[in-house]
Design a protein around this ligand. Structure first.
Ligand SMILES: O=C[C@H](O)[C@H](O)[C@H](O)COP(=O)(O)O
Length: 253
């Protein structure tokens, strides 16, 4: 039997709290990434132990493979239809619960699944909580055709938004382009800060070769931040971020 390393306690705490929200009969979206993988394991354990009848859609081939290997049955999103809840990770979370996602290149499918869900719950460790988005490079999925043209149009958009002359880097896997589950490439925008995420999202979406960017604005209703001591802080979009959490940001809590 394959042994898996002990999960990070903060991620595990967040995953357990999110899985506690799952009810029998629910239709679920399963996110992608290291935190979402912990959640899939916790979910599979609970589903097995309690005999939960769940219908799940995966946000990536990797999550699909993991979930099925643990006994969760995965169906296509279109077959399931609208979902009760999606549980996913994030690369950055700001005080309005706006997110940067796509560090693992899955943000296109993740956004489609989140848009099909009544509720998007994000799970993360404290390092993901920021006062302003943008330190994490913003992933943008682009079609391969006209790649350099699209990159130039993105650079122009950044200049128009006064974001300066920033690196717009082609994501690689070794020396080859990173290819998404949908067969596209990714540009990582090293912006340092994003003062107006709404304006940037609008500008990027208007560029023809852009398939999807990693800004998730107004999609997440609840963020569950796990702490290394096993406790969690829940951040509801309507209530804003916990001041203590922001004060501890960066020092590992
Ligand atoms: O493309 C990947 C996803 O958006 C992930 O949910 C995000 O990158 C967070 O991943 P992790 O939990 O591994 O930090």
């Amino acid at each position: 039997m394959t042994r898996h390393p002990e999960p990070d306690p903060a991620k595990l705490a967040a995953a357990r709290a999110a899985v506690a929200l799952v009810q029998d009969g629910m239709k679920l979206g399963l996110g992608t990434g290291s935190t979402a993988s912990v959640m899939v394991r916790v979910l599979a354990d609970r589903a097995r132990a309690e005999g939960l009848r769940l219908r799940c859609a995966a946000t990536s081939l990797a999550t699909c493979e993991l979930a099925e290997s643990l006994g969760l049955s995965i169906e296509s999103l279109d077959r399931i239809g609208w979902l009760d809840m999606t549980i996913d990770g994030a690369d950055e979370i700001d005080p309005d619960l706006h997110l940067i996602k796509g560090g693992g290149g899955a943000h296109l499918r993740e956004k489609i699944v989140a848009a099909a869900s009544k509720r998007m719950v994000v799970i993360a460790d404290p390092a993901k909580v920021v006062e302003q988005l943008g330190v994490f490079p913003l992933p943008v999925e682009v079609v391969q055709f006209g790649f350099e043209t699209t990159r130039t149009l993105i650079r122009r958009a950044l200049t128009d938004l006064d974001l300066g002359d920033r690196d717009v880097l082609h994501r690689l896997k070794g020396s080859d382009p990173w290819v998404t589950d949908e067969g596209n490439w990714i540009l990582d925008l090293h912006l340092a800060c994003i003062p107006d995420p709404v304006a940037l999202a609008r500008a990027l979406s208007a560029i023809p070769g852009v398939v999807e960017h990693g800004l998730f604005l107004g999609m997440c209703q609840l963020a569950i931040i796990g702490k290394p001591d096993g406790t969690v802080i829940c951040l509801d979009r309507n209530e804003g971020l916990d001041a203590d959490l922001l004060a501890h940001e960066g020092d590992g809590l």
